[in-house]
Design a binder for this molecule. Structure first.
Ligand SMILES: Cc1cc2nc3c(=O)[nH]c(=O)nc-3n(C[C@H](O)[C@H](O)[C@H](O)COP(=O)(O)OP(=O)(O)OC[C@H]3O[C@@H](n4cnc5c(N)ncnc54)[C@H](O)[C@@H]3O)c2cc1C
Length: 389
């Protein structure tokens, strides 16, 4: 196949790549016909993820004029942050606490919205190598070679873009396991009080698993289910730890489920640190390729938020006809997204370094007002700043 030339090549059609495309179409519509998104899978493609959407994800979609209610979803009225089965309960006045989607459905929906706004997505194309040069970027794929003026690497935690352009950058990744079970059974006409709650339990932290076990409501083809998993930042990887399955199996058993009856899947999440590099001349990274939230491994709202910041940077670079992307790190750092990522990195260092039982007990069971204030100020609501312009 011959060389195919583009202005903007986005590698990866997950939420970060699609959001970058959608925001470029919004901020610089004249660029839309010059954008091509390459996705190695075909939609609806599987993506291991619990699918929890926080308020910021919804706000960014709404500002794009998209209605996430079009995607099958389950509403969670309450989020619980527990330590050993008890702790903080968070409800949001006049709203839900968390919306849970399935990523095969969510990403397919977002891709269709992108196409309906004039963005071209080529599915089933796997990028093999990204080579920036002085005046262009060469992208080798299993379907031939593409050249582009700039490339946006939106290919996730293990992405080839970052590995091509920053092969020596240190990588911090969390280990994550996930599985689906039927919903809580009805006993004596009543559902479990956890049915409407999304629960995070930090009980494995004193055992050097620097993370939590989760239990979310979800649905598969309209049938109510539960999505369970365990997240470990690996911040305590030097210490003696149980296997990752162990705390998950323990928690499920406590609630009446047997882990070994279900299929468990694993996938890493690259998390944000302030040292993570974000670009080289002509190539920008977005989403997990830069880093997700270290505390929870939350990354969908962030992926959508990276799209806002990267689209602004790209639109301006085309105006100036200058593609060093020297200002991208600064722009990210000043954005609401960059600020929440930095705060969450700091908070993660504290909550997972102070791993002792007494500290975790105080944090999740006693310090409720302080934890809520910090969460409301530094963890959520960051996207307002980035959508103001
Ligand atoms: C088990 C688990 C549970 C999670 N739960 C949550 C949650 O509840 N809430 C939340 O907010 N976040 C959660 N996350 C994190 C979230 O899934 C990610 O942060 C988010 O998907 C990042 O989006 P992205 O677009 O950067 O990357 P991705 O969603 O990984 O998308 C990357 C895309 O690039 C494509 N691609 C990859 N390589 C190539 C290539 N070489 N060529 C072409 N295309 C390529 C992939 O097929 C994919 O479509 C979870 C993650 C895991 C692993």
């Amino acid at each position: 196949m011959g060389r195919m030339e583009q202005a903007i090549l986005i590698i990866g059609g997950g939420p970060s790549g699609l959001s970058t495309g959608l925001h470029l179409a919004k901020f610089a519509p004249h660029l839309t016909p010059r954008i091509l998104i390459l996705e190695k899978e075909h939609y609806p493609r599987p993506k291991l993820c619990a699918g929890g959407l926080v308020v910021d994800a919804e706000r960014i979609l709404e500002a794009l004029g998209l209605d996430v209610n079009e995607v099958p979803n389950v509403i969670s009225r309450e989020i619980r942050f527990d330590f050993g089965g008890k702790g903080l309960r968070v409800r949001v006045p006049k709203s839900h606490a968390l919306r849970v989607v399935r990523r095969n459905e969510f990403d397919h929906w977002l891709a269709k919205k992108a196409e309906s706004r004039g963005l071209e997505i080529r599915q089933g194309v796997t990028v093999k190598q990204v080579q920036p040069e002085a005046d262009s970027v060469t992208v080798e794929t299993d379907q031939g070679t593409f050249t582009a003026e700039i490339v946006i690497g939106a290919d996730g935690s293990n992405g080839i873009t970052r590995r091509s352009i920053l092969p020596h950058d240190p990588v911090y990744t969390a280990r994550v396991l996930e599985l689906l079970t039927p919903d809580y059974p009805i006993i004596e006409g009543k559902f479990s009080p956890r049915k409407e709650a999304a629960v995070f339990d930090f009980f494995p932290v004193p055992e050097n698993i620097a993370g939590y076990v989760w239990d979310f409501p979800t649905q598969v083809k309209g049938t109510p289910m539960r999505c369970w998993g365990v997240y470990d930042t690996n911040m305590l990887a030097g210490e003696k730890r149980p296997t990752l399955k162990q705390p998950l199996a323990e928690e499920m058993e406590r609630l009446g489920f047997q882990l070994n009856e279900y299929e468990v899947k694993g996938h890493p999440i690259r998390w944000f640190t302030p040292q993570n590099k974000v670009s080289v001349p002509r190539v920008l990274l977005v989403g997990d390729a830069v880093g997700a939230d270290p505390i929870f491994g939350e990354g969908i709202s962030m992926a959508l938020g990276y799209g806002v910041v990267a689209a602004r940077e790209t639109a301006e670079s085309f105006q100036r006809n200058e593609f060093s992307f020297r200002g991208y790190r600064r722009r990210l750092g000043r954005s609401g997204l960059g600020q929440t990522l930095f705060s969450r990195w700091l908070i993660a260092q504290i909550i997972y370094a102070f791993k002792w039982r007494w500290f975790q007990f105080l944090l999740w069971r006693i310090f409720k007002p302080i934890v809520l204030l910090i969460a409301w100020t530094f963890v959520l609501n960051w996207s307002k700043k980035d959508l103001r312009h």
